[in-house]
Design a protein around this ligand. Structure first.
Ligand SMILES: [Zn+2]
Length: 266
């Protein structure tokens, strides 16, 4: 029922693990560059993540953002290895105090333990000569950071990408910020993206560019239909079809209607 998959690409290793592999893709990937880990997977995949982490010494864990499918094992990894955990300053409080999870988040990912993390610096030198730049890319979450290895052309995107065609918006996501973050990241040079949910995307810059364009088109189409007098429900149905399993499972936290509503507000 669950999924565990190992990834190896150039100097990057990855572990993709998820509780379910049917209907909805809930697998999350953490990536390793030598003694540095980016994201920690979901708490209910701790046995797989622990084996992966124990393969070699770990010095630091960089989080892309605080969400439970990315920080789920951070506290356990800190206890197991003594690694420092680094994240955006806005992630530190939820990581330390916890936050309210929706029932679907419990079911799909499990609850992370609380931990004390440190603010991530803008430049991070890794043991093996790689250099990462932390780039703030808010929108999906206020504390979302992408990590860029400019020389290798790698970008670790957390949840900035996920899909070329955005069909749902999570409650609390800021679409305007997301669009600004996509434009900001596209100003940088990179080729390959390492997405927490999609995995390796070799032509990553084109894929991110396509995502931005698709969202801009969706906004234009939403406004055009609004000018024609259509209601929010009808515009949503016309452009994205009916809500589906994703909306249902997430208790309508992720909906197509949220996305169109956000488009109409821009
Ligand atoms: Zn997220």
């Amino acid at each position: 029922m669950g999924v565990t998959q190992h990834i190896r690409y150039q100097g990057v290793e990855g572990l993709r693990a998820g509780r379910f592999n049917r209907g909805v893709n809930t697998a999350v990937t953490c990536y390793r560059l030598g003694t540095t880990l980016i994201d920690s997977g979901s708490a209910n995949c701790w046995p797989q993540v622990r084996s992966f982490v124990q393969e070699q010494p770990l010095r630091q864990l960089l989080l892309t953002h605080h969400h439970e499918d990315h920080s789920g094992n951070a506290a356990r990894i800190q206890q197991l290895t003594g690694a420092r955990v680094l994240a955006d300053t806005q992630a530190l409080q939820p990581l330390a105090d916890g936050w309210r999870l929706q029932p679907y988040q419990h079911l799909l990912f499990g609850r992370p333990q609380k931990l004390v993390a440190e603010p991530v610096p803008e430049r991070i030198e890794l043991d093996n000569g790689y250099r990462l730049q932390a780039i703030a890319t808010p929108g999906h979450a206020a504390d979302l950071i992408c990590y860029l290895e400019a020389e290798q052309g790698w970008l670790f995107t957390g949840d900035l990408f996920v899909s070329e065609r955005t069909r749902f918006l999570r409650q609390g996501e800021d679409l305007g910020e997301q669009l600004r973050s996509l434009k900001k990241i596209l100003d940088h040079d990179f080729k390959t993206i390492f997405c927490a949910h999609r995995g390796l995307v070799k032509d990553g810059k084109s894929a991110l560019s396509a995502k931005l364009k698709n969202l801009e088109t969706l906004c234009e189409q939403s406004h055009e239909l609004r000018r024609q007098g259509l209601s929010l429900s009808r515009i949503t149905h016309r452009l994205l079809g009916p809500e589906n399993l994703v909306s249902l499972i997430t208790g309508y936290q992720f909906t197509k209607r949220n996305l169109i509503r956000a488009c109409l507000r821009l």
